[in-house]
Design a protein around this ligand. Structure first.
Ligand SMILES: NC(=O)c1ccc[n+]([C@@H]2O[C@H](COP(=O)([O-])OP(=O)(O)OC[C@H]3O[C@@H](n4cnc5c(N)ncnc54)[C@H](O)[C@@H]3O)[C@@H](O)[C@H]2O)c1
Length: 280
């Protein structure tokens, strides 16, 4: 049990990676506050946590709204008396219509930055005083590969997720003397409901994932919530007690180019192949 007697808040915990992280933590002995935008989803996962023998609390809160964040943290303290671990996982493109220089607009920019960057900031600000009091805390922020190596143009989302990395590094620097750790996970493409807003489930999406896996992911497959829960567990537990201010790429080998897609491995050795030699 790597998280025995620990208490974690997982934002956006109703589905996808957040659910995977909440359940992995519960398996390791952690009590979990499951936050979501809608209480039904949060309750469902909180019940799954309870079924694993841990205490849980479902809290509806929009992390981009400070009053709701403060309320979530107050409820957590009332129920559990402390917060050891915070996973800032909630996020997404939040209904923004487009994201390149032709389609992005101010309204979408504000919406996406508010959820993905300001939201993470607000939850940190509400939780950190409690961590300082206990002289212990593990903060794990979820960024995105698009923040450092975009393969499509989504200006607001990628800017927000790059901001999450800056937030993480600054927190790690400031809070190390308080025994509070801050690290970030950069997921590659992970198969979750995140993609529903971009492409409905079905054969076209399956074909897209297959092509993406082959061309852009060295390990040759999409990630799963479990693939993110593992690194999150490492960063939440004592296994990482000399690790702060770090960025873990949980991305199937990205941003390395896939060997399947490189110039050399596609059969062209840069002009030294037999055909090229014979033409000389
Ligand atoms: N799936 C991917 O390929 C991928 C890749 C890189 C990064 N990410 C990031 O990883 C995190 C988890 O993504 P996922 O794939 O599990 O997505 P998901 O859509 O399956 O789950 C996201 C969760 O966040 C919640 N949420 C969204 N806005 C919120 C708000 N304002 N307040 C509270 N909760 C809110 C949603 O309700 C949902 O439960 C997100 O931050 C996402 O941006 C996802």
């Amino acid at each position: 049990m790597l998280l025995k007697n620990r208490v974690a808040i997982v934002t956006g915990g109703a589905k996808g990676m957040g659910r995977g992280i909440a359940l992995k933590f519960a398996e390791e002995g952690c009590d979990v506050v499951v936050n979501a935008l809608h209480i039904e989803g949060a309750k469902k996962v909180a019940d799954e946590v309870a079924a694993l023998g841990r205490k849980s609390l479902a809290v509806k809160a929009d992390i981009s709204k400070n009053a709701e964040v403060q309320d979530m943290v107050a409820k957590t303290i009332k129920e559990f008396g402390k917060i050891d671990i915070l996973v800032n996982n909630a996020g997404g493109v939040t209904g923004a219509k487009g994201g390149n220089t032709d389609t992005a607009n101010e309204e979408d920019w504000d919406k996406v930055i508010n959820v993905n960057l300001k939201g993470a900031f607000l939850v940190c600000m509400a939780v950190i005083p409690h961590m300082k009091k206990n002289k212990y805390g593990k903060i794990i922020n979820v960024s995105s590969m698009g923040a450092v190596s975009p393969s499509v143009s989504v200006l607001h989302y990628h800017s927000a997720k790059a901001g999450v990395l800056g937030l993480t590094l600054n927190l790690a620097f400031e809070l190390a003397p308080f025994n509070i750790y801050a690290n970030a996970i950069v997921p590659g493409p992970i198969e979750t409901p995140f993609w529903d807003a971009l492409m409905p489930p079905g054969p076209d999406r399956d074909a897209f994932f297959k092509a993406l896996s082959k061309k852009e992911i060295p390990l040759g497959r999409m990630g799963t919530p479990e693939d993110i829960a593992g690194p999150a567990l490492f960063l939440a537990s004592g296994l990482s007690d000399y690790v702060t201010g770090q960025i873990i790429y949980a991305a199937g080998g990205q941003p390395l180019s896939s060997h399947a897609a490189t110039f050399l491995s596609s059969g062209n050795d840069g002009g030294n192949d037999e055909e090229a030699q014979s033409q000389k």
